[in-house]
Design a protein around this ligand. Structure first.
Ligand SMILES: [Fe+2]
Ligand SMILES: [Fe+2]
Length: 228
């Protein structure tokens, strides 16, 4: 599940949902935008809700978790609640390797933003390439036969379809899919595109799921259930 966007007002609690997921699944994977504005107070509310989660939790951060400039504090609070945050590392749980990175924008296919012109554009492309290299390093660490890639940004255009086409390039980058396809990956999950599409595939055939909580899923719930 992704894009919880926990707010300081505490308007929505995830306690019951986390308890339900703990009954349904073996591992909970959170695909970023854990908080709405990246405020430590929001992270504390999430950490509190996570007390009702009795299964292992792995997560990546999202762009919203960076908004207030307190990302290290947010990370520490969420880690304190037992969540394993992946930023270019892999972790093995119950025989499944989870390789995670936030990812970045940049666009898709032949329309990806290229490193040309102003330094600001080049910096943006460099960030996208760097996140991709972090994912590559994470995938190299996976030793298990089954591997799940955890992202915030989308690696393919199919799962952002439904969003305004004008913003597609800000929702993800095909560079992520190019890296994924060089490794045996069982499934990919991401969030960020709240109005996107649940399911797609990388050009190499790896199944991709947009699990943002807003997306309609086969479960009819805010979370997806994936069998690896
Ligand atoms: Fe989001
Ligand atoms: Fe996001």
């Amino acid at each position: 599940m992704g894009d919880l966007h926990v707010k300081e007002t505490g308007s929505a609690s995830y306690k019951d949902l986390f308890a339900e997921i703990s009954q349904e699944a073996d591992i909970l994977v959170l695909t970023g935008d854990l908080t709405d504005l990246g405020k430590p107070k929001e992270a504390e509310l999430l950490a509190d809700d996570l007390r009702s989660c009795s299964i292992p939790v792995v997560a990546v951060l999202g762009n919203h978790d960076y908004e207030c400039g307190h990302v290290d504090e947010v990370k520490d609070i969420v880690k304190g609640a037992g969540v394993q945050i992946l930023e270019g590392q892999a972790v093995e749980i119950n025989g499944v390797g989870f390789a995670g990175v936030k990812g970045f924008a940049g666009g898709f296919g032949r329309y990806m933003l290229g490193s040309f012109g102003e330094p600001a554009i080049k910096a943006m492309v460099a960030e996208s390439v760097e996140e991709t290299m972090r994912l590559e390093n994470a995938l190299r660490q996976v030793r298990s036969e089954r591997a799940m890639v955890v992202l915030h940004y989308a690696p393919i255009v199919e799962t952002v379809a439904g969003e305004p086409p004008e913003i597609f390039p800000f929702l993800g980058s095909s560079r992520l899919a190019e890296t994924i396809d060089r490794f045996p990956v069982t499934a990919v999950v991401h969030g960020h595109a709240h109005r996107g599409t649940y399911e797609g595939r990388t050009p190499g055939g790896a199944p991709v799921y947009n699990v943002a909580s807003h997306i309609e899923k086969p479960t009819g719930k805010p979370y997806a259930l994936l069998d690896l």
